[in-house]
Design a protein around this ligand. Sequence first.
Ligand code: KG4
Ligand code: ZN
Length: 353
Amino acid sequence: MTNYFSDALKQVDSLRSRDGYYILAFESSCDETAVSVTKGRQIVSNIISSQIEIHRRFGGVVPEIASRNHALMISGLAEEALRAAGLGIGDISAVAVTRGAGLLGALLVGVSYAKALAYARSLPLIAVNHIKGHVAANYISAPDLRPPFIALLASGGHTYILSVKSMSDMEILGQTLDDAVGEAFDKAARVLGLPYPGGPEIERAAALGSPLYPLPRAFKGDKRLDFSFSGLKTALINTVHGMNMRGETYSINDVARSFQDEAVGVLIDHTAEAVKRTGIRTVALAGGVGANTALRENLTARGARDGFEVLLPPKKLCTDNAAMIGVAAYEMIREGALPSPLSLDADPGLEIN
Ligand code: KG4
Ligand code: ZN
């Protein structure tokens, strides 16, 4: 063990000033088992096995089922990622893995597999924060991007406006005080009888609807850049239940559009305010909700109006993937991060700082 870690320290040290080496990265924090090979900020292979179909019948992710499927898939996907990259394990210089935040059992599959592989192959292990991984997706689609920039991170578990200075220094300018925005999309869909995951379903319905039902904004007039999505969710539930009780007919599309306009609107308004306050004029979008077309288009339009640049990673890099974890690890190595010891544990509640 001692030898393993001192070797890992030396290996990472020699990688710091290099670019052209390969990282094998694992992501298993929720319902996607993902393995990727990255080289610097480039994707060499990016394999994602989604469990959405498996969890859909339960209306959401069932943690135990997620873990079991990760365990079934991970080894075959690692081979597939190497094969797709045209490489063997001997070509890999470091292993990266999501250590949190996420579902404990799901994370443990990736962490245990990555640790075993790193030990067996004498490779350094880099533990990555999933939230920071989402931010790092922008380095793939914008390889010249350098901090400082603002990140709007909107996922199923987190909602942050961040001032990004480096991988180890991301200042929280605003965050949700209750539900994450993706969670609100998922709950809104459920109320409307749409399947899991709700985000893409709400997006599809909203595209056909009109914003006929104005929904409230939390902290209106408040100077904070924080969010609250539980009030929005409750208002939506009350609106729908009220109409059901009164026997009124309504279009799900109109309700979905009203919800999406408000959810996306508050993200954009607070991000534009963060730009104004910090003077940082580059905004990077990140996280699963970043795949939402209304958010992408309206944020870009606000940037054009207010004079800030908006970076939009492709939708496949907004939702969970392992390429973002590999690139995050590469950036961390460059910044001087240390490899993890083999005592590394999963951390379901891992925060940004
Ligand atoms: O980042 P992600 O893949 O996993 C987490 O780290 O949570 O985000 C998943 C979330 C889910 O809540 C899903 O409904 C939402 O992202 N999502 C969307 C869209 N695609 C995924 N929300 C709105 N519009 C979309 N097109
Ligand atoms: Zn995620």
